[in-house]
Design a protein around this ligand. Structure first.
Ligand code: FAD
Length: 524
């Protein structure tokens, strides 16, 4: 089943979560104006899947069922899948800023891999449980929030050492029919308007943290969950040219003794696999973040050119403005290229899925995390100060000032003042409003702080191979002791003897040999 955006919004009425926003209890999430920009942004992920032109990017066949599913719910099998997902995310985010639902994709792919790995290692049956759940999510076309980041308490202490054990979500009780969860997940994108949450550990664990190594699925209106959220974007603000229409919220989810039946539990105490789950999720997610921020970059590039033009300047004929735009393009396409490389150089997981390359995914995310500030700076540089200094929209209708403002602030005779004001307000919204600075912080911290990416880059990077490369060079005398370059082995300039490394092929065919020997197909 594929829902439309309208169906998705209506489907939220089947849930009755306990949600607070700005100190008030929300009666109906589907009708709450403060969440509408977020609901509409997720809605685009539904409507685009129904558009014929976007079908190749937005729809994919799930290999375990043969059914077509939304790309945001699909398990990637090939480099082409990764590229299509990357492009799909960019396509949606250039329309809505942040489409949010790609987090669902990233978590589903990571849990697919981690459950298979745990079963192999421990003889558990998590993978089949997860497949049953995955197929339900795909059949019902759901959107799942990622409840990974815990409250975390004192950052210098492990979960089991925290003074308040509830600063991390943990298993309070194990019963015959399931587990009982308690604690806080601190940052969940789209928290009030998801259908369910995927609860995952947020750090690697040691044995003493066993009760915190938990992965499961819970409906957002499960008994005992309270969501404390904030408005999505800037709903109702007249000068919010972008974020009154599309936005994103986050919420804290308080788990106050929430029961989860076993068929929804995908990890319970397997602390040794916590790091694999986190790292795999982070790689998929950082790959998606690259597509998302490239979409935002497309918006900035367009707004920068329009702002210059409404100022009366041609970007093409004004060298420093053209340079500014090229710098912006270089940043956006630079990190996007890392996303493409991560897809092409990805690798097949034993579970039968395909994962982006860890170095390229993390380098791309690290680039956008820090260069988002340069993106904003360049946009400000080419735009001028009007973007924050223009009188507010109420002044547009003030009979005492509106006429003079329109006449005296006009630039080119063929561009009405109102048009320039609209572009300036859009640029302010994207870069200098609270929605704009939100975009900086989500770029910097969403998917992990820069320190986490640097750790991953170092972990994935073949440092030893680079060291051996140099050792081989020294041994064969290419670098002589006196510093002169003397090759004693003509024709052998690299460890593989001048062979051109194989180019990864995009027509990679997944191995369809059934590997899931333990699984019972009848259960699907
Ligand atoms: C807009 C937005 C949306 C998000 N959406 C989601 C979501 O949907 N789901 C989800 O699970 N998470 C989400 N996140 C959370 C995101 O993954 C975290 O913000 C990120 O992992 C950083 O964690 P933190 O915010 O708790 O910062 P902190 O952990 O407090 O980090 C602050 C600084 O302290 C450093 N630090 C932290 N701990 C240590 C330590 N032990 N030793 C040394 N240095 C340390 C960090 O490197 C960083 O520099 C979102 C974040 C944002 C901003």
């Amino acid at each position: 089943m594929f829902m439309t955006a309208a169906d998705y919004r209506d489907s939220l009425r089947q849930y009755s979560p306990r949600v607070y926003c700005e100190g008030e209890l929300v009666e109906s999430v589907a009708d709450e104006a403060r969440f509408m920009p977020g609901i509409d942004a997720v809605g685009v992920t539904y409507d685009y899947a129904l558009e014929a032109d976007y079908h190749p990017l937005m729809v994919a066949e799930q290999h375990t069922t043969g059914k077509d599913v939304n790309r945001m719910l699909h398990i990637c099998r090939t480099p082409q899948d990764l590229i299509n997902k990357l492009e799909a995310v960019r396509l949606m985010c250039r329309e809505v800023g942040c489409a949010q639902r790609y987090l669902t994709h990233d978590a589903l792919n990571a849990i697919f891999q981690a459950t298979y790995r745990m079963d192999e290692d421990k003889g558990t049956d998590y993978h089949q449980r997860f497949l049953n759940y995955l197929h339900k999510v795909q059949d019902e076309d759901l959107t799942l929030g990622v409840a990974m980041t815990d409250g975390k308490g004192d950052r210098s202490l492990r979960p089991h050492k925290q003074i308040n054990v509830d600063s991390y979500v943990h298993v309070k009780e194990r019963r015959e029919d399931g587990i009982v969860l308690r604690g806080a997940k601190a940052i969940i994108t789209g928290a009030p308007y998801m259908h369910e949450y995927l609860v995952m550990p947020c750090r690697n664990m040691i044995e003493a943290d066993k009760d915190f190594a938990i992965c499961c699925a819970v409906p957002i209106d499960a008994d005992g969950i309270t969501i404390v959220s904030r408005p999505a974007g800037r709903p109702g603000e007249a000068d919010a040219k972008f974020s009154a229409k599309y936005g994103q919220t986050t919420g804290v989810a308080i788990f106050d003794d929430v029961f989860v039946p076993w068929d929804r539990v995908f990890m319970d105490g397997e602390w040794e696999h916590s790091q694999f789950l986190i790292s795999t999720y982070a790689t998929h997610h950082r790959h998606s973040c690259i597509g998302a921020r490239a979409g935002f970059g497309d918006l900035l590039i367009g707004a920068g050119v329009l702002m210059s033009e409404t100022n009366g300047l041609s970007v093409e004929d004004t060298p420093h403005l053209r340079d500014g735009m090229v710098d912006l393009i270089k940043i956006v396409e630079g990190f996007y290229a890392c996303g493409v490389a991560a897809s092409v150089y990805g690798f097949a997981d034993p579970a039968g899925s395909f994962q982006p390359d860890g170095v390229f995914a993390n380098v791309g995310k690290l680039m956008l995390a820090t260069q988002i500030y340069d993106m904003h700076r360049i946009a400000h540089e080419v735009s001028g100060g009007l973007i924050v200094a223009l009188p507010g929209p109420d002044e547009d209708h003030n009979p005492e000032t509106a006429g003079d403002l329109a006449a005296m602030l006009q630039t080119r005779p063929d561009i009405p003042h109102q048009r320039r004001a609209d572009v300036a307000r859009l640029m302010e919204d994207l870069t200098a409003s609270k929605a704009g600075t939100w975009m900086s912080v989500i770029s910097l911290h969403g998917g992990g702080s820069p320190a986490a990416m640097k750790r991953e880059i170092y972990r994935y990077y073949p440092i030893e191979e680079r060291k051996e490369l140099v050792e081989k060079l020294l041994d064969r005398g290419v670098v002589a002791e006196d510093g002169k370059r003397v090759s004693k082995q003509p024709g052998r300039c690299c460890p593989v003897g001048c062979q051109v490394p194989e180019t990864p092929q995009l027509d990679y065919q997944p191995d369809d040999t059934p590997k899931l020997g333990k699984l019972d197909p009848a259960a699907e």
